[in-house]
Ligand binder design. Structure first.
Ligand code: GLN
Length: 492
């Protein structure tokens, strides 16, 4: 079986490594070979770090020999290219940072290194995490491993596709409005957006600072819990992280969920939801009843404002965060013009792609004198209303269940000319993001032969209960770690 080690989940691999039935080098070689076979088709990576991975795998084998291994030691991991990695090029999917080699590690990269994980590459993404299809990457689109003419979702499409295609066992993504959960749904894998404040953003290239979170993508709920155990918790370098110690997430797995109260906000089943998606999610809700949960329809009437709120707040913050790319200290620089101001203009005109420019313009407008109160401030007030509505719902329910995406993976190119259609891909993930709540997407069925994602939203810092409910569902549903056959990819 050695040539198919890339098919393992991280916990299965850890078990075999612990029993010394396989080595970290064998596991890493299997994943690197899989990358060689399918990467020309899928293009999940901007950079593959094969040499580094083999070196880390050798070190990981020493840790198993010395008895100091953790559950992630020797596990091949992909890291979204918006997460800074010391000495390894980090582009954020942009020409602006095409040659940026960070002199430091992000908090999460540091945690992965310390745990002995093996980094196999930096995953493709929409430029600066703005997008829902990974087609906005300056390095070309990623293809969905389930259907090569479809998008993998975005902006963490490279991370989700890499997990689904066997080009890593687990991955890190980032989620500002849905960028972990939506690609996880479209690629048939599990993605968790933790509570705002659960995972340090030190070394995450900023998009919308009041929304950005880093989180894991894996082939099953257990792997996602293991990753959160590794990356979560307080970090003095990110003052928004929760100083309370984080409970052990794997502790919540394998428990009985009888009596759990699940709210189903009816606003998420409005027009625009594909019938196949609705059917799969409704079947999932019946499964929760079979598992002994109380499933009840509820209403969150402000849901309909989340998209507008997000598309004012996120671009406003982006316009401020992206002001630093001026070609002076680092990143792309066009100095072939007369004055400093002209150089600045040309640097930004050439370094940024169209969607990023659109966001900067939207944000600058929403923040400008005379419009600030009408747009940005108003959006912040509505955000509070959305937040309060969720808080009230969690007085009654343990988790909320919705579709993750209104549609299955859509054809490449089909939404590129219509920004609003692209923005609608996140209509189900935006409300929890705006409120800062944790949410997970996990496979709950198929429509048109493509995976459908179920979204579970939890209360603030209650990832444990979220994972517990997700794990119970996954076990009863039995989809976990189902991988697509990729045409052209050798699947012996
Ligand atoms: N698709 C949304 C956007 O384009 C969300 C992106 C994200 O979560 N990073 O802004």
């Amino acid at each position: 079986m050695t040539h198919e080690l890339w098919r393992l989940t991280a916990h299965e691999a850890h078990e075999l490594l612990r029993r010394r039935e396989i080595t970290c080098v064998e596991l890493t070689e299997s994943v690197l070979q899989r990358i060689e076979e399918v990467e020309p088709t899928i293009h999940a990576y901007i950079t593959v770090t094969a040499e580094l991975a083999l070196e880390q795998a050798r070190e990981a084998d020493e840790r198993y020999a010395a008895g100091t291994a953790t559950p992630l030691t020797g596990i091949p991991v992909a890291v979204k290219d918006v997460i800074v990695t010391k000495g390894v090029r980090t582009t954020a999917g942009s020409r602006m940072l095409e040659n940026f080699i960070p002199p430091f590690d992000s908090h999460v990269a540091e945690r992965l290194r310390r745990a002995g994980a093996v980094m196999v590459g930096k995953a493709n993404m929409d430029e600066f995490a703005m997008g829902s299809s990974t087609e906005r990457s300056a390095f070309g689109p990623t293809r969905n491993p389930w259907a090569l003419d479809r998008v993998p979702g975005g902006s963490s499409g490279g991370s989700a596709a890499a997990v689904a295609a066997g080009e890593c066992l687990v991955a890190l993504g980032s989620d500002t409005g849905g960028s972990i959960r939506q690609p996880a749904a479209l690629c048939g894998v599990v993605g968790l957006d933790p509570t705002y404040g659960r995972v340090s953003r030190y070394g995450l290239i900023a998009f919308g600072s009041s929304l950005d979170q880093i989180g894991p993508i894996g082939r099953d709920v257990e792997d996602v819990a293991t990753m959160l155990d590794c990356i979560g918790g307080h970090d003095p370098r990110d003052s928004t992280t929760n100083p309370e110690p984080m409970p052990d997430m794997r502790h919540y797995l394998g428990r009985d969920i009888r009596g759990m109260r699940i709210g189903v906000p009816k606003e998420y089943f409005a027009e625009g939801i594909e019938p196949g998606v609705r059917d799969a999610v409704e079947r999932a809700l019946r499964r929760f009843e079979d598992l002994g949960c109380e499933v009840e329809e509820c209403s969150l009437p402000s849901t309909k404002y989340a998209l507008a709120v997000y598309y004012l707040i996120a671009p406003s913050e982006a316009s401020a965060n992206l002001a630093r790319y001026d070609g002076v200290k680092y990143g792309f620089s066009d100095r072939s013009h007369g004055s400093m101001w002209e150089n600045l203009e040309h640097t930004r005109a050439k370094g940024f792609g169209d969607e990023v420019k659109r966001r900067i313009m939207l944000g600058t407008y929403a923040l400008s004198a005379g419009y600030y109160d009408a747009y940005y401030l108003k959006a912040q007030k509505v955000r509070t209303v959305i937040h309060q509505e969720f808080a009230r719902a969690f007085e009654r329910y343990d988790v909320l269940a919705t579709p993750t995406s209104p549609v299955v993976a859509f054809p490449l190119g089909s939404r590129l000319d219509d920004p609003y259609a692209m923005y609608l891909a996140d209509v189900c993930t935006l409300p929890a993001a705006v409120a800062g709540l944790p949410a997970i997407s996990l496979p709950c069925g198929e429509s048109e032969g493509l995976p459908v994602g179920l979204q579970l939203i939890g209360n603030f810092f209650d990832e444990g209960r979220l994972l517990m409910v997700a794990h119970a569902f996954e076990r009863s549903f039995g989809w976990a770690n189902r991988l697509p056959e990729i045409p052209g990819g050798r699947t012996p």
